[in-house]
Design a protein around this ligand. Structure first.
Ligand SMILES: Cc1cc2nc3c(=O)[nH]c(=O)nc-3n(C[C@H](O)[C@H](O)[C@H](O)COP(=O)(O)O)c2cc1C
Length: 166
């Protein structure tokens, strides 16, 4: 039943030009309003977590439809330790505004965060970040993971057609 929670799809980036990592994360949530904290739950052995511990900062990118395939097949399946996911996905990155992490220019919304705390929660680590800056790169709609991938807004249509589905 945990799979029934509607979740965002994001790509987390960390590192700098020479040493970087990126992974898809759906276990991402707002944790506090003031200060504005974001939490990302990351499995203990992912390389992205290792670099987040090292750099103490990261960027969260919301994913739009045109990034879903790369988010699932590349950023969400391969290991940054072994491959350059940005190269494989042919994703253009630009320098960030406040942190060192590479920024995916195609992503509609970006939060550049500094790490506040990392807590062990069950078999994951909850990385708590404070956005230093948040901005839009374009007007594309982010997607939501619920049973399948949906554009925000489309889930309401799914529900109206079949209320038992939710
Ligand atoms: C849609 C989707 C959502 C995911 N969400 C998470 C998540 O929230 N936390 C996590 O630890 N792994 C998540 N993963 C798995 C990681 O993205 C995946 O294991 C990745 O290859 C780790 O990369 P790294 O070792 O380069 O850090 C998700 C994968 C997909 C496809």
């Amino acid at each position: 039943m945990l799979n029934s929670l509607p979740l965002p799809i994001t790509v987390i980036t960390v590192g700098n030009k020479n040493k970087k990592a990126a992974m898809t994360a759906s276990w991402v949530n707002q944790l506090s309003w003031s200060p504005p904290y974001i939490g990302v739950a990351i499995y203990h052995s992912w390389y992205t977590l290792k670099l987040i511990r090292e750099y103490r900062e990261f960027a969260v990118h919301l994913v739009s439809s045109d990034l879903v395939e790369a988010a699932v097949r590349i950023f969400g399946s391969m290991s940054s330790k072994k491959v350059d996911k940005f190269k494989i996905a042919r994703i253009t990155v630009v320098p960030s505004k406040r942190v060192k992490a590479p920024i995916i220019i195609k992503a509609p919304i970006v939060y550049e965060c500094k790490v506040i705390k990392i807590l062990k929660i069950g078999d994951h680590y909850l990385v708590i970040g404070e956005p230093l800056v948040a901005y839009r790169n374009n007007d594309k709609l982010p997607v939501i993971l619920y049973d399948n991938v949906h554009k925000i807004g489309d889930l309401i249509k799914v529900y109206q057609k079949n209320p038992n589905k939710m």
